[in-house]
Ligand binder design. Structure first.
Ligand code: F6P
Length: 325
């Protein structure tokens, strides 16, 4: 058993619902194993500037239901530099932090991987991102809440679309990943889903829209913000150009997808993974992300966890093609 004395926990990159539940699980399980916990505020930026606080069971009371992150978050530029990482390491030493739990996405794990190599400090990652774009876990913390937010919003949009016989182009988050669009689009019964992982053929989309009007006049197209054909406004312009008669509206859901109380699925996932991370550090693991694959806890080296389309996603891509108009 590794002698872990003080775990530093932090959130980094875009926040996601369930990060608080993950922090709570890390803090409480560490205390359960008689390990001290330090909260690092504002991710790597706070590590560099020494914004490090001692945490106890009470510090994480009443947060399991809250979206966002009590530890705040940032996308740190300074940590990308060797000098920044050196400063961060000095601060950790000063605060007696000997191990880390990093909650975030690909940028967070890329930074952690370099940090481990340079300073040999054990880091375990937890997948905290609404994008679900990490390999080595079926779902990331926050994804379930985000797609439910999208489905709820699209259900509402569909009511007004139907009343006015309108086409709605709904843009969802996902700068590099279409997984929010894909699953929420299937769940919301969208007529078409446009994602960055597949080449968007605007011409065939327009053809389908023309044919599809015979079936029903109101339609929903979900487009990921990072789609190769552009965002919702670009798609709407192409539609208006070809079919001036189609009453088209655009709705950008934006950051509402990142907030709100986490779903029960996200709270349970975050709780399981938080405990798994602490136990992994005790077992001497480092440089890996804890995830859940087929219901079981699974560890994946950071370099493999970053950006990968899994088998399940291929299946969803096929489903999308079958169910689209
Ligand atoms: O990585 C999560 C995410 O929400 C992406 O889906 C989105 O493209 C990006 O963050 C937006 O980041 P920011 O809030 O920094 O603009």
């Amino acid at each position: 058993m590794n002698k872990v004395k003080n775990i530093g926990v932090f959130t980094s990159g875009g926040d996601s619902p369930g990060m608080n539940a993950a922090i709570r699980a890390v803090v409480r399980s560490a205390l359960y194993y008689d390990i001290e916990v330090s909260g690092i505020i504002r991710g790597y930026d706070g590590m560099i500037s020494g914004e490090i606080i001692s945490m106890n069971a009470g510090s994480v009371a009443n947060i399991i239901q809250r979206g966002g992150t009590i530890l705040k978050t940032a996308r740190s530029e300074e940590f990308r530099t060797k000098e920044g990482r050196q400063k961060a390491f000095e601060q950790l030493k000063k605060h007696n932090v000997d191990s880390l739990v990093a909650i975030g996405g690909d940028g967070t794990f890329t930074g952690a991987d370099i940090f481990i190599k340079e300073f040999n400090i054990p880091v375990i990652g937890l997948p905290g991102t609404i994008d679900n774009d990490l390999a080595g876990t079926d779902f990331t913390i926050g994804y379930d809440t985000a797609i439910n937010t999208v489905v709820e919003a699209v259900d509402k949009i569909r009511d007004t679309a139907e009343s006015h016989d309108r086409l709605f182009i709904v843009e969802v988050m996902g700068r590099d990943s279409g997984l929010i669009a894909l699953r929420s689009g299937i769940g919301a019964g969208a007529e078409s889903i446009l994602i960055p992982e597949t080449k968007t053929d605007v011409q065939s989309l327009l053809n389908l829209l023309g044919e599809g009007r015979r079936v029903k006049a109101s339609k929903i197209i979900i487009v990921a913000e990072g789609d190769d054909a552009g965002g919702a406004f670009e798609i709407a312009a192409a539609v208006k150009d070809k079919y001036p008669g189609i009453d088209t509206r655009v709705s950008i859901l934006g950051h509402i997808q990142r907030g709100g109380p986490p779903s029960c699925m996200d709270r349970v996932l975050a709780s399981r993974l938080g405990i798994a991370a602490v136990e992994a550090l005790r077992d001497g693991k480092k440089g890996a992300m804890a995830g859940v694959v087929n219901g079981k806890i699974h560890f994946t080296p950071f370099k493999n966890a970053i950006k990968h389309i899994s088998e399940t996603d291929q299946e969803l891509l096929k489903l999308m093609r079958i169910l689209s108009i």
